[in-house]
Design a protein around this ligand. Structure first.
Ligand code: M6R
Length: 616
């Protein structure tokens, strides 16, 4: 939820921290702050409510001295509103120590009382200040920052990444993590810490994972990782697969626009190297190799957009591999005592790989004996590390809070999984597999065609709808998750009422919402399949049209049957029924973005949200 950066080295700490925070701002953007240890040994902090630009402007107007050790934070408020005082860093040891935090300290109230009883004074309403004061007190006893942080972490319940620095230990930043992300960036004579690699990829692509319940101390020439008991740990090094330019806007008006334009590449890169001689090759699934032929049930767990990708996966896995699949919201999953066995495969889907609800659900499933597979976009994230195997999507960094390219990449990975399962379970013929693979391989080009053909018209439509108060989305079968996705995008970006419905459900209640002028997007299935739902969806369109709805249909090229009943038809190329929704979603992504833009809203950073939801 919050973004964290740490730096030690000869460079300008202020530049490194502000650059890192800029790239992490998608994680939270209601306040930001930095702490720098300057050359004279003074610890200076500056923190401001509002977006990072408020802090940056403030530092420009009234600079603080630069130095070689620093920490920076961009916040998504949990305890205490977004004010200057609640922004991080928080201080301990009489202002000699600065600390930043991502997560929630669940037992902060009792720890706060203990500190108040001991005579400590609080300057904020945050749970974080408890940690700053505790580490400060521990430092006074030990005189050793690592030891001080180590002595405190085991007293904290909940989720946390903590970074701490002390004016008496220049050139050192110490971090600790539990259920919250932290990665190390390895430089030349300088080292970095960040909530994700975006924090430092501008300076180095060499990175290191930090495991659960581990502590790290970075100095310009060394990195030391230990567990919470102090035993050394060998951390795994990896190379960041993308460079800083991939996470830059690069001339686009918004990250979201850029990322929609990258949907074709996201699919192409997720397929790349995984189709060899007409067969799906997924060596990443090796840790599950013995189990996949025997699983009798799959549960997909995910939140938000990722859960809609999971729904698409359900259709594909059931149709192609004939394994029953349930899709559940991660935060509901473990609270209903689900039946899990060693023959259950729990597939988590998460762009960030850090969503706390999903992480907790994965841990729960593992402890209950199920097999776990992570479908994830972010390298070095926690969920893949907590799973038996990981299938990475290769969508590249997704910066806009609203997920777009990650969605099509997640669905693509799930389709590959479906094909692989069909093969290992012997339920598909070579011809079927070849046909399906061909469809997937044709997808990037078709996606590019939709981006190209629909952008201008959708922008026009959105431009006329700046005052619209409500938009509905209808779909059936694989069109249903697309309707849900279209509605979610509109809620989070344009802040208007939007609902997605299974079109067949309309007559069971939602049709009462239709009044003259109500805008309804309808995802129309292809009429070419013999068992197609096309006639039924066209009937649904007629039903709402008869009640005054303004229908915008998303239909395949050449579908003329829909024309008399729609006010507007957005065309998508012909594709197989299971692949078609990935084309239909593009105009809806564009619509959400354009309507938000037409309303003058911040497309990349919608209010109240954060990209990576690392609290439950
Ligand atoms: O990082 P994740 O894929 O686990 O995130 C899941 C959801 O929080 C995310 O998809 C969210 O719904 C997006 N803001 C939707 O655009």
């Amino acid at each position: 939820m919050c973004g964290i950066v740490g730096y030690v080295g000869p460079g300008s700490s202020i530049d490194v921290l502000l650059g890192g925070l800029k790239r992490l701002e998608y994680r939270g953007y209601d306040s930001a702050g930095v702490a720098i240890l300057d050359e004279s040994g003074e610890l200076a902090t500056r923190k401001r409510a509002g977006k990072l630009s408020v802090l940056t402007d403030d530092l420009q107007e009234a600079p603080i001295a630069d130095g070689r050790t620093g920490i920076g934070h961009t916040r998504w408020a949990t305890h205490g509103g977004p004010t200057d005082g609640n922004a991080h860093p928080h201080l301990g040891d009489g202002g000699r120590l600065a600390l930043i935090h991502n997560g929630i300290i669940e037992n902060f109230a009792e720890l706060k009382q203990e500190l108040l009883d001991a005579g400590e004074a609080f300057e904020s309403e945050t749970d974080t200040e408890v940690a700053a004061l505790l580490v400060g007190r521990a430092y006074r006893e030990t005189g050793d920052l690592q030891a001080a942080l180590r002595s405190v972490v085991n007293r904290l319940d909940g989720a946390f990444t903590l970074l701490v620095m002390h004016r008496d230990e220049p050139g050192v930043v110490v971090g600790a993590r539990r259920n919250s992300p932290l990665v190390i960036g390895l430089g030349d004579g300088e080292n970095f810490l960040g909530s994700d690699v975006a924090a430092f990829v501008e300076h180095t692509r060499r990175a290191m994972e930090i495991g659960q319940d581990q502590l790290v101390a970075i100095r310009p020439d060394s990195v030391e990782v230990t567990d919470f008991a102090g035993a050394p740990v060998e951390a795994k090094e990896f190379e960041v697969a993308w460079d800083a330019s991939a996470a830059e806007k690069g001339g686009w008006p918004s990250f979201m626009k850029k990322e929609i334009s990258e949907e074709p590449d996201a699919v192409a890169n997720t397929l790349r190297g995984r189709i060899v001689d007409g067969a799906v090759v997924l060596p990443e699934l090796e840790p599950l190799a013995g189990a996949l032929a025997d699983i009798d049930r799959i549960i997909v767990i995910a939140c938000g957009t990722a859960s809609y990708a999971g729904m698409l996966g359900k259709y594909a896995i059931e149709a192609w591999a004939r394994v029953p699949v349930d899709v559940e919201l991660s935060h509901e999953f473990r609270y209903r005592d689900p039946v899990l066995t060693s023959r259950t495969l729990v597939v988590s889907v998460s762009q960030s790989g850090e969503t706390m609800d999903t992480l907790m659900a994965v841990k729960y499933a593992r402890e209950a004996g199920a097999r776990t597979l992570s479908i994830c976009n972010a390298q070095g994230a926690t969920i893949p590390r907590e799973s038996d195997a990981v299938l990475y999507t290769h969508a590249g960094p997704e910066v806009a809070v609203a997920s777009t390219k990650a969605f099509v990449a997640q669905a693509t990975a799930l389709y590959l999984l479906a094909l692989h399962l069909a093969e290992v379970r012997g339920v598909s013929t070579e011809e079927q597999a070849a046909e399906r693979l061909e469809e997937l391989q044709a997808l990037p080009e078709k996606l590019a065609a939709v981006v190209e053909s629909s952008s201008a018209r959708i922008a026009e439509l959105a431009g006329w709808m700046g005052d619209t108060q409500s938009v509905l989305f209808l779909g059936r079968h694989v069109g249903y998750p697309i309707a849900l996705e279209g509605a979610l995008k509109l809620k989070e970006l344009a802040y208007i009422h939007a609902e997605g419905f299974a079109a067949g459900e309309l007559k069971h209640g939602p049709i009462a919402l239709i009044e003259p002028g109500q805008v309804v997007f309808v995802v129309v299935p292809s009429p070419r399949e013999p068992s197609s739902l096309h006639p039924k969806v066209v009937s649904n369109i007629q039903e709402i049209r008869a009640r005054g709805a303004r229908v915008i249909a998303i239909a395949e090229l050449g579908d003329v049957a829909v024309v008399p009943f729609a006010d507007e038809v957005i065309r998508i190329p012909l594709a197989a029924p299971l692949v078609e929704p990935l084309l239909a979603v593009v105009p809806l992504h564009i619509f959400g973005m354009e309507l938000a833009a037409a309303k003058g809203l911040d497309v990349d950073q919608p209010r109240n949200l954060a990209k990576s939801v690392t609290v439950e």
